[in-house]
Design a binder for this molecule. Structure first.
Ligand code: GDP
Length: 341
């Protein structure tokens, strides 16, 4: 069933949300519980904003649409996306001659959900795989966003699935980054290729990809440095790393994942735009969704950049990392708006 159908049925009472959540929880307990818990702050704050619009609801005048825009901005969906959404909502309401608060709410959610259904964006994310040789995944992003942690978490998950995983500590610049990855490696029993502090990151990557080919590893997860301030530096460094990978791996790099910290809201969007100009980003990892009410930023990212969110971080443990499931995300974002009626 499509996400929109699920939500529509919840509205009409055909299939109450609570019942459906319980049913699915039995099938896939971990995913749903993690989204449920990890998105609590975003969900509560978004529902509060939207529902408060309706406690004072009188008519669909300019003030209503301005307040609606504020609710979207407050959830950090971004300026462009806010305007696009509000316009679409207004058009639909006027076209259908809608007046009742519950129907207005339904249009708001319908428009948000439709954005994700467009162009297959509602599909569960997946990794690009190398059909012939190890799959090489580069993690890029500024310091502190959660790159090293995400490398460890993904390493854990791939290993759990039975894959042979190698990690490369190519962030030779941030003090402690190599040690931090080594701790993950020890804990998870995953080997970590390291280099000298302040040494050439490309040399670490070279060693790692060579070892992966020689010893038949399935995945190489590369933690890169986040200190490259200028776009030229960044471009040069990443181009060099990619060239080095191609020497040992004819199919090159399968994924360049940009790691973004959801708690920074619109800054994350700006970083995504900048990195995307410097290199071809194949997917996003949005960390710390559990620590923010700004989880709406995913909508803005989708609207402004055509880059899929591949993973989300919903907590600090290795399990709190999920392949991005747009249906679960949207469902958890709008769920409380429906339930509080
Ligand atoms: P890096 O500089 O990009 O490599 O960032 P780190 O991997 O060192 O992470 C910075 C901090 O963010 C650490 O304290 C992590 O535990 C924390 N962190 C990373 N991902 C998440 C997440 O999904 N949720 C929460 N709550 N904390 C996270």
């Amino acid at each position: 069933m499509s996400l929109f159908d699920r939500i529509r049925r919840a509205f009409t009472g055909e299939d109450p949300v609570v019942k459906e959540t319980t049913q699915e929880k039995e099938e896939t307990p971990i995913v749903l519980e993690t989204y449920d818990k990890g998105m609590e702050k975003t969900r509560k704050s978004f529902a509060e904003r939207i529902n408060s619009l309706f406690t004072t609801f009188r008519e669909l005048d300019e003030t209503f649409y301005e307040d609606l825009e504020e609710a979207f901005i407050g959830a950090d969906v971004g300026f462009d996306m806010t305007l696009a959404l509000t316009d679409a909502i207004r058009d639909e309401i006027e076209e259908r001659g809608i007046h009742k608060p519950e129907e207005v709410k339904q249009v708001i959610i319908e428009k948000m959900v439709r954005i994700y259904e467009k162009d297959g964006g509602d599909q569960l994310a997946s990794l690009n795989e190398n059909p012939d040789g190890p799959t090489v995944i580069l993690f890029v992003g500024v310091n502190g966003v959660g790159k090293t942690t995400s490398v460890g978490k993904l390493g854990y998950q791939l290993k759990q699935q039975g894959h042979k995983v190698l990690m490369a500590a190519a962030d030779t610049f941030r003090a402690g980054a190599t040690e931090q990855l080594e701790v993950w490696g020890e804990r998870l029993d995953i080997p970590v290729v390291t280099g000298k502090a302040q040494g050439d990151p490309a040399a670490v990557v070279y060693d790692a990809v060579k070892q992966a080919n020689d010893e038949d590893y399935d995945y190489v997860l590369v933690d890169t440095a986040g200190r490259l301030q200028t776009k030229i530096n960044l471009m040069d460094e990443l181009a060099k790393i990619k060239r080095i990978i191609e020497k040992n791996n004819p199919n090159g790099t399968q994924e360049v994942l940009l790691v973004l910290d959801a708690t920074t809201g619109q800054n994350a969007l700006i970083q995504a735009e900048q990195f995307n100009q410097a290199t071809e980003i194949t997917g996003l990892v949005l960390t710390k969704l559990d620590g923010t009410a700004k989880g709406g930023v995913i909508l803005g990212i989708r609207h402004n950049l055509n880059i899929p969110v591949k993973y989300i971080g919903l907590g600090e443990t290795a399990e709190d990392f999920q392949l991005f499931d747009p249906q679960e995300y949207m469902y958890n974002l709008v769920r409380d708006v429906i339930e509080v009626q």
